[in-house]
Design a protein around this ligand. Structure first.
Ligand code: NAI
Length: 734
């Protein structure tokens, strides 16, 4: 179907020649009534003549089209629009095209050179558009074109005045696009290239002839057609080619730390990172832009400091041994691990399984009908990357491996482990943190069975003496440990290790002499060889598996622990467990001494989730509040929609997992509350735990504080928070 403009009234400014004339002819040819405006000035804005506009009107009429001429300057915006109303009774489309040039090198630009250019391009487009705006708004239809220029987008020698005005038009258009959206008024900006009297002074004649205005006009017609939903766009167009432009932003970099002044030196040191477009983003709204800036406040507050973005290049490195710039992102050589049921059984014995417990047989006897591999065996194939000394061979990691301590471990299984086969592990240095006395290396290891990703490990390795290189202290790549709930544990299991526990466990592949050789242990400051941290980890994991998952490895999803203190072979391990949804928080103590050896740990189980006694999930406290909010919306009879005009999404979490979703629609109809996944788009979405939501609504937790401390996460238009008060106010009644 052809794109027609029957019944539409179009005002094209500066339509006496060049591009404007082409637009006027094209619109008229497709049925529009056209106001051909042109002051008939020379290219510098001097002189005045009605001839230019008249000739175009004649040409249109000769072809059977409808057109009238207008000779006012765009600086008299009202008059131009009035001409449309007088002749055709309405105004649907405004193409701001009129323009002049007064090119000068910057220093020679006079006040007049500057002012005239701003007046014709920027102020003229403003005045004409403002005069048309209310007509468009009332008829709920309008299409506006602003004419920018590559000189504005990229700069051009000798065109300071013109570039400023042209990019000013883009800013104007960006905001009109937003203000006009709900009235079906769309505003777009073009940067055209065409041969015309403006360009014949700067382009060779052949090019002026070849770059015909008719290769630009169809784009303008499309943008102005009612079918076109484009709004707020910027396009370069010429020679029959059209391209769209948008903003691109680097990940950027936080350049200050909590409670410390921001300094120019840090800015200097982070400059490469500030400007690094790797993994860049493309913000499309001020909300999106602002949101990322505002979120920095809470990031700094929570200790996420300098170099907090994903790309590397942190501060200069006074410690020659550790250079994160060189090391982060480096891959270690892949390792292979071939195994049979022997290794699985050996591992199970290594982490304290025994035939004394009939439940253990399924992990100790390959002939058992349910024979399987303990989930935590998943650390074994991946540790080869560390054992084979790959770490110290990487650039930027010139470290002493005898100074390495295992700090934390995270393991996630994507499927139950096989009991034999060949696995390949690929390790990457995910990040390096500076803890002052040492460096923490985060090593991410993915283990594959054939092409299939089987499990993921994150080793967090503390290297004594490798810190102080001026790096960051935390990383968003780190799998965080989580403190247990503040109540007595739901279950406690105790198991003794044997005197040979370490000697047995090391046969699974951790050959570090620290766990067998007394003299080596003494060098490390220990009275005797110590148990492997990953052995205690295996004990704790199987305690959870036994108590909460009936020893079924397929229910195991992930585990995280932090290694706090050494355990001596022969001591007893006491695992304390708290069940919260599908997560079991764990910590481990040495029973004999009470010393905490594993802290901040958890095991995530797959959601076979035991239900609460009634069979349903434990009710959320937020539920009651949302019920009341729903009542308020109903009672308001649509008043809230008028006041607020926005859609708020809520994701209510427990233990970090979303357990409930609500959407408060105060934009459509007379308002509504939706429960569960919402098909539409929310203007803003809040993620908050059930408890914190209740505290916020009850006024016990300040929302702003909750945001800064990371308890409340906000996606979308942060500004809408103010409007939320209308629904949440008067908490006593909620
Ligand atoms: P042009 O000089 O052929 O057309 C501009 C028209 O605007 C002229 O007919 C002129 O009389 C009229 N005009 C000047 N001041 C006016 C005023 N105060 N009120 C009413 N009319 C006035 O130039 P061209 O190339 O067709 O330019 C059209 C638009 O495209 C301009 O805004 C120009 O800055 C822009 N542009 C053109 C490029 C090109 O390659 N031709 C490149 C980038 C931007």
């Amino acid at each position: 179907m052809s794109l027609l403009f029957d019944g539409r009234v179009v005002l094209v400014t500066g339509a006496g020649g060049g591009l404007g004339k082409e637009y006027a002819l094209a619109f008229a040819e497709r049925g529009a009534s056209v106001v051909v405006n042109d002051l008939g000035a020379d290219t510098k804005g001097g002189g005045k003549s009605s001839a230019a506009a008249d000739k175009v009107v004649e040409e249109i009429r000769a072809k059977g089209g409808k057109a009238v001429a207008n000779y006012d300057s765009v600086e008299e915006g009202e008059k131009l629009v009035q001409a449309a109303l007088d002749a055709f009774g309405r105004i649907d489309i405004v193409v701001n095209n009129a323009g002049i040039l007064r090119d000068r090198s910057f220093v020679r630009t006079s006040d007049l050179d500057w002012d005239l250019i701003q007046r014709v391009h920027l102020r003229g487009s403003f005045l004409v558009t403002r005069a048309a705006w209310n007509h468009m708004k009332n008829q709920k239809y309008g299409r506006i074109i602003m004419t920018a220029s590559a000189a504005g987008i990229y700069g051009n020698f000798g065109q300071a005045n013109y570039s400023a005005a042209k990019l000013g038009l883009l800013g104007l258009s960006n905001t009109l696009a937003i203000e006009g959206r709900k009235y079906n008024i769309h505003c777009n900006t073009i940067a055209p290239v065409a041969g015309s009297r403006l360009t014949e002074t700067v382009m060779p004649p052949d090019l002026v002839a070849a770059l015909k205005p008719e290769y630009v006009a169809p784009m303008v017609l499309w943008l102005c057609h009612e079918q076109c939903q484009e709004n707020g766009g910027l396009f370069e167009v010429g020679a029959g080619w059209i391209g769209k432009l948008r903003w691109e932003r680097t990940q950027g970099c936080i350049t200050r730390q909590k409670n410390q002044p921001m300094t120019p030196e840090v800015v200097r040191d982070q400059w490469d990172k500030v400007c690094d477009f790797t993994d860049s983003t493309k913000p499309t709204s001020i909300q999106e832009s602002l949101q990322s800036v505002v979120s920095v406040l809470s990031k700094v507050e929570s200790g996420q400091d300098i170099t907090a973005s994903s790309t590397s290049a942190p501060v200069a490195s006074p410690n020659p041994g550790t250079n994160p710039t060189a090391a982060v992102g480096q891959n270690l050589p892949p390792t292979t691990f071939t195994f049979s049921h022997t290794q699985c059984i050996l591992y199970a014995l290594g982490v304290g399984m025994s035939t004394k417990d009939p439940d253990h047989l399924r992990f100790l006897y390959e002939g058992h009908p349910d024979f399987g591999c303990l989930p935590t065996f998943g650390v074994i194939p991946s540790q080869a990357a560390m054992m084979e000394g790959g770490l110290s061979s990487l650039p930027g990691l010139n470290i002493d491996l005898t100074q390495v301590l295992h700090g934390e471990q995270y393991l996630e299984l994507y499927k139950p482990l096989p009991t034999s086969g060949q696995l390949t592990s690929k390790a990457t240095v995910a990040d390096i943190l500076d803890k002052g006395s040492g460096a923490v290396i985060l090593l991410d290891v993915k283990t594959y069975h054939g092409d299939e990703l089987l499990c993921f490990n994150q080793f967090s390795v503390f290297v004594v003496g490798a810190g102080g290189f001026g790096g960051k202290r935390t990383s968003e790549k780190a799998k965080p440990h989580v403190p247990p709930p503040q109540r007595a544990p739901d279950a406690v299991l105790v198991d003794s290790t044997t005197n040979d526990q370490a000697a047995l466990y090391r046969l699974s592949g951790d050959w570090n002499p620290l766990h067998i050789d007394p003299s080596f242990a003494a060098m490390g400051g220990f009275q005797a060889p110590i148990l492997h941290g990953l052995c205690s980890f295996g004990f704790a994991a199987r305690h959870v598996l036994k108590h909460f998952a009936g020893n079924d490895p397929s229910k195991f999803k992930a585990i995280k622990v932090r290694f706090v203190k050494p355990v001596m072979p022969g001591q007893s391990l006491q695992t304390e467990m708290w069940k919260e949804g599908s997560r079991v928080h764990i910590q481990c103590k040495v029973k004999e001494t009470g010393a905490l050896v594993l802290s901040g740990g958890y095991v995530d189980l797959h959601e076979t989730a035991e239900k609460s006694p009634g069979g349903a999930q434990a009710a959320l406290e937020s539920e009651l509040l949302f019920t009341e909010i729903s009542r308020r919306i109903r009672d308001s009879g649509g008043d809230l929609v008028k006041k607020v005009n926005a859609i708020f999404g809520w994701e209510i979490t427990k233990d970090g997992e979303t357990v409930g979703e609500w959407t408060i629609d105060l934009k459509n109809g007379s308002g509504a509350l939706h429960r569960g996944a919402y098909g539409g788009k929310c203007d803003v979405t809040y993620t908050v735990s059930d408890e914190d939501f209740v505290e916020i609504v009850r006024g016990k937790l300040n929302a702003q504080k909750a945001f800064f401390s990371g308890k409340l996460k906000i996606r979308g238009n942060v500004m809408l928070g103010q409007k939320l008060e209308v629904i949440l106010k008067d908490p006593a009644r909620l």
